[in-house]
Structures are given as structure tokens and as C-alpha cells.
Ligand binder design. Structure first.
Ligand SMILES: Nc1ncnc2c1ncn2[C@@H]1O[C@H](COP(=O)(O)OP(=O)(O)OP(=O)(O)O)[C@@H](O)[C@H]1O
Length: 517
């Protein structure tokens, strides 16, 4: 592990006593520390060298910490910024997070928390010891709530690659925006609220944020807030001590402790009862949890991503959701569009889903949709979005029993089909439309005249090519020569294309380098 002295920190505060306190605390942790008293003083130092992180007070004599943060962002600097805000000004904290700060601390600064936040920004294990009591299990779900929580063990990933991000098919402008937001928010601790209809891929977005972030080596804990009985919520979220209530035979960790250093995904946050909302708010504000039956609080370093299919603002209006919690969770919002709003993604998503179905069933090649079947699907409104599409394709694969899935295999009742789309979709079939890139698999793409035009042709074609390279590599056990030959390419051409598109053969599979790295 990198030793603390390899991290250099810049502390910016105009109050000499506080500056010294921060400096001493960090020096004691072994970091290399420099200090500045004003925005200009800090900037002069930043022009000379780079730091691992900048810790700045919000109010400075010649400007604000936000001014410094914006300058760093504009200059494309990689320093993580931690903002120290006055007590009782949550709007400043939210503004700092929105402007790209890694995290914030509120005055008077709790030094334990200070050390935790700095360690977290540097991607180091927290200096603060974990929960005082021995935890019996890292997986907190009690038998009665099993199924409400999913734990992902720290995944070993090739730099820049993300399993969840790779799973997320689609090149529509809306999906490209979702991807770029994920990359952006992954750099900070800012709470993210993912909104979208059921089955649109909200959990996939949350997982992507975790996997792209520096927390990827730590757990990702997904909790379905609506699936836990109200009387168990507190114990499940914060853990409990032996003897706290009847049946508490041992100390047990909660979701927050289990997600230590990682990400806690609170799915269906809109279903959380009001009593639990206030407890959650307190934990977020204090960054500490108190297990049921415990005397002391334990500091926590957890990033919160929440999701809902409800209109939370309307829930606030109706008095069912606390406004202050909404405000805390909704620092950055990512909206995942419904499938019917991005029909141009339908061919790619169908193809990806069919590949997964084939993989699970250990059949090859994956079944494909005939153009008529795809056009038919495009007329269906998909109230259950991609999850519904998955179920529908599962059934269709079973019904078709072969390599091709045709319109009748989909079993879509005519009554629910969209008539406008019907006219548009039928026309090219009558005239025999030309199919988009044949290499994507005949039938996996609708005739060109049916498909909405991509807004960025080069990016769209790159995505198509990348997908083909990955599939060929997978089919040929990651042998580049064989994969290339199957596509009519020499090894040299294959290497060139892989390098151009950031496709790498890793130890256990294919990885795609994201543009950001
Ligand atoms: N863009 C996509 N490409 C391919 N598969 C996707 C995409 N988005 C989601 N999926 C798949 O669709 C299914 C539903 O996704 P997910 O569970 O993330 O949705 P959700 O919005 O969290 O659902 P819910 O509201 O029901 O909790 C998953 O199997 C996921 O892998």
C-alpha cells in the first residue's frame, strides 16, 4: 500500500489556529502537508505543483472555497477537494458537491471525521477503526429479510473497465448522457438519486457509479427499502448489539457497516417510512451510526446512491417524504429514460439480452430476432421496460426453440401495440428495407429506414465495431489471431482495431478502456 508520506495535501484556511489544527492532524497521519491562507495564496502554490487533495474552508478573505474549486475544475486538475462549510449552511455543502467537490465537512470539524474523509478522498482505508463490536457477519440480512439486500464482493477489475457499464447497452443520446454523468459523479462522494420507471436499469447505473469510482475495491450493497418490514428497518440498516431485543443473540452489523468504504444503494427509497427517513437523515448528517442497543456511535465512510420510480418531489409535496432528506439525497440526479423513449437502443439491447440468455442456457450462437419481430417489439410500450423485455425474450426463446425468434413467438397482444409505430414499422418490411450493419447479426437490427438515425454516426459505428470485436474474442477464447481471422482480419489489423477502440484482453476476459482513463 502507498505510504501516507506519498500523499501531499494543501490546507486552505485564513484562521491560523484552525489551519494549525488541520495541519497537525494531517501531519500526525503521516501526510506531506502545506498550507495557504487565501484563494490567491493557494492558487500560487497550485501553479507550482500538484497535490493529492485540497482541503479548503468555504469563506476566505479574497473569495470562497468554491472559487478555488471552480478554478481547479476549469484547469482540469485532478486534485480532490474537500470543502469545510459553516454549521447550518447545507446549501453551501450541496453547491460544493455539485461543483465537483469530493466531499464536505461541517464546522466545528470533528477530527475523527476529518481523518476519515481525507483518507477516503485519497482512496486509503479509513484511519478510524471499524465498529467496536465484533461483527458476526459481513452480510447483514437476517433470514426474514433475505432477498431485500444484495452484496457484491469487491470485484477485481482491470483499470477503466466496468462490468455494469459494459452491461448497459445503448448508444442513444439519452444513454450517452447517463454514461457521461456516471463517469462524472464517480469522482466524488456526492449522493446521487437515480430516477426512472421500473426496470429501466437504475440498479445498473448505481453499480456502474460504484465500479467506476475509487470505491470499486470495496463492497457494493444494494438494499430494497420497500422489502423490509418497518419494525426491522433500524436493526437492518444500523445493526444491533447482543441483547438489544429478544432474539438478538449476537452482535450484528447493519447495511451501513457492511458497506464500509464502499457504496450503499438504497433502492425504492420512496418506500421508506417517515420514521426511518429521519433516522437516515441523521446518519447522513452525522456520518455515524449507532447500532440498536449500542451506547456509542461509529463513524462510517459510505457513499449513498438511492433510486426511486416515484416522483419524489411530489411525495414531498404530499407529506410522504421528508423535504430535508430529499434535499440531501438529491444532490445529483440521474434520470434513466424509459425504453419507449429510446427505441433506437432496442436492437442493441435485444441483442445483449439474447446473448445473456444463450450464455445462461449454454447454447451458441444466441437466438436472433427476425426484422418483423423487432419491428413488432418496437410497437410495444414496455411499461416494465428492460426487465419486461428480458422476460418476454426468455419466453420467446423457449417458444421459438430455434435460432430465430419470429413475431408470433413474442405473443404480444395486438391491443397493446402502438398504431403509429405500426405504420412506420410496417412500411419498410413491405418494401424490403435494407438492414443496418449486417455484422450485428441479421435480424438483430431493424431495416435502416425503420431505425431512428444515430445522432453521432462515428460513435455509433465504433460501438458496433467494439461489440463485434469483443464477441469474436469471446468466441475464440481471447485468441486475437483466431478472432481476427474469423472476421477476415490479420493479427496486425485486429491489434490496430482493438487499440483504437480500447479493447484489451485481460487475464480473465475482455476489458474496455473508457475514454476517461
Ligand atoms: N441498458 C441496458 N442494456 C442491457 N440490459 C439492461 C440495461 N439496463 C438494464 N438492463 C437489465 O435490465 C434489468 C433491470 O435492470 P435494473 O434492475 O437495473 O432496473 P431497475 O430500474 O433498478 O429496476 P426496478 O425499478 O425494478 O428495481 C437487469 O437485468 C439489467 O441488467
Amino acid at each position: 500500500m502507498t505510504s501516507a508520506s506519498h500523499y501531499s495535501l494543501l490546507v486552505v484556511d485564513d484562521e491560523p489556529d484552525l489551519r494549525t489544527l488541520y495541519e497537525l492532524t494531517l501531519l500526525r497521519e503521516g501526510y506531506d502537508v502545506e498550507a495557504a491562507a487565501t484563494v490567491e495564496d493557494a492558487w500560487a502554490r497550485l501553479k507550482d505543483r500538484t497535490y493529492s487533495a485540497v482541503i479548503t474552508d468555504m469563506r476566505l478573505p479574497d473569495g470562497t472555497g468554491l472559487d478555488l474549486l471552480r478554478r481547479l475544475e476549469e484547469a482540469g486538475r485532478r486534485e480532490k477537494t474537500i470543502m469545510i462549510t459553516a454549521f447550518g449552511s447545507p446549501e453551501n455543502a450541496v453547491e460544493a458537491l455539485k461543483a465537483g467537490a469530493y466531499d464536505y465537512l461541517t464546522k466545528p470539524v470533528d477530527l475523527k471525521q476529518f481523518r476519515t474523509v481525507v483518507a477516503s478522498a485519497l482512496g486509503r482505508p479509513s484511519a478510524v477503526p471499524a465498529s467496536g463490536a465484533a461483527a458476526s457477519s459481513a452480510v447483514p440480512a437476517a433470514p426474514h429479510t433475505r432477498g431485500s439486500v444484495r452484496v457484491t464482493a469487491p470485484a477485481v477489475l482491470v483499470t477503466g473497465a466496468s462490468g455494469a457499464m459494459e452491461r448497459m447497452a445503448g448508444m442513444s443520446p439519452a444513454m450517452q448522457q447517463v454514461r457521461s454523468l456516471i463517469e462524472k459523479v464517480a469522482r466524488s462522494m456526492a449522493p446521487v438519486l437515480v430516477q426512472g420507471e421500473s426496470g429501466t436499469g437504475k440498479e445498473l447505473v448505481a453499480r456502474s457509479i460504484h465500479e467506476v469510482s475509487a470505491r470499486r475495491g470495496q463492497p457494493f450493497i444494494a438494499v430494497n427499502c420497500g422489502a423490509i418490514p418497518e419494525q426491522l428497518l433500524e436493526a437492518e440498516f444500523f445493526g444491533y448489539r447482543k441483547g438489544a431485543f429478544t432474539g438478538a443473540n449476537e452482535d450484528r452489523e447493519g447495511f451501513f457497516q457492511a458497506a464500509r468504504g464502499g457504496t450503499l444503494f438504497l433502492d425504492e427509497i420512496g418506500d421508506l417510512p417517515l420514521s426511518m427517513q429521519s433516522k437516515l437523515l441523521r446518519v447522513i448528517q452525522e456520518r455515524a451510526v449507532r447500532p440498536v442497543g449500542a451506547v456509542a456511535e461509529t463513524p462510517i465512510d459510505v457513499r449513498i446512491v438511492s433510486a426511486t420510480h416515484k416522483d419524489l418531489a411530489a411525495e414531498v409535496q404530499a407529506g410522504r417524504f421528508r423535504q430535508d432528506l430529499y434535499y440531501r439525497l438529491n444532490v445529483i440526479q440521474i434520470r434513466v429514460p424509459a425504453l419507449r423513449e429510446r427505441l433506437e437502443d432496442l436492437p442493441l439491447i435485444c441483442e445483449r439480452v439474447l446473448e445473456r440468455i444463450a450464455q445462461d442456457a449454454e447454447v451458441w450462437p444466441p437466438p436472433r430476432l427476425t426484422p418483423a419481430a423487432l419491428a413488432h417489439l418496437a410497437r410495444y410500450p414496455f411499461p416494465g421496460n428492460i426487465r419486461e423485455l428480458e422476460n418476454l425474450l426468455h419466453r420467446a426463446v423457449a417458444l421459438s426453440g430455434g435460432e430465430w425468434i419470429d413475431q408470433p413467438d413474442l405473443e404480444l397482444p395486438d391491443a397493446v401495440l402502438n398504431e403509429t409505430a405500426l405504420q412506420e414499422a410496417d412500411a419498410p418490411l413491405v418494401t424490403g428495407g435494407v438492414e443496418l450493419p449486417a455484422a450485428r447479426g441479421a435480424g438483430a437490427v431493424p431495416p435502416a429506414s425503420q431505425a431512428p438515425l444515430p445522432s453521432d454516426l462515428a460513435a455509433y459505428l465504433d460501438e458496433v465495431e467494439r461489440d463485434i470485436l469483443i464477441r469474436a474474442l469471446e468466441r475464440h477464447r481471447y485468441n486475437r489471431t483466431a478472432a481476427g481471422a474469423s472476421l477476415g482480419l490479420s493479427l496486425r489489423q485486429m491489434r490496430y482495431r482493438m487499440a483504437r477502440l480500447g479493447v484489451m484482453v485481460a487475464e480473465h476476459g475482455v476489458a474496455v478502456e473508457s475514454d476517461d482513463h
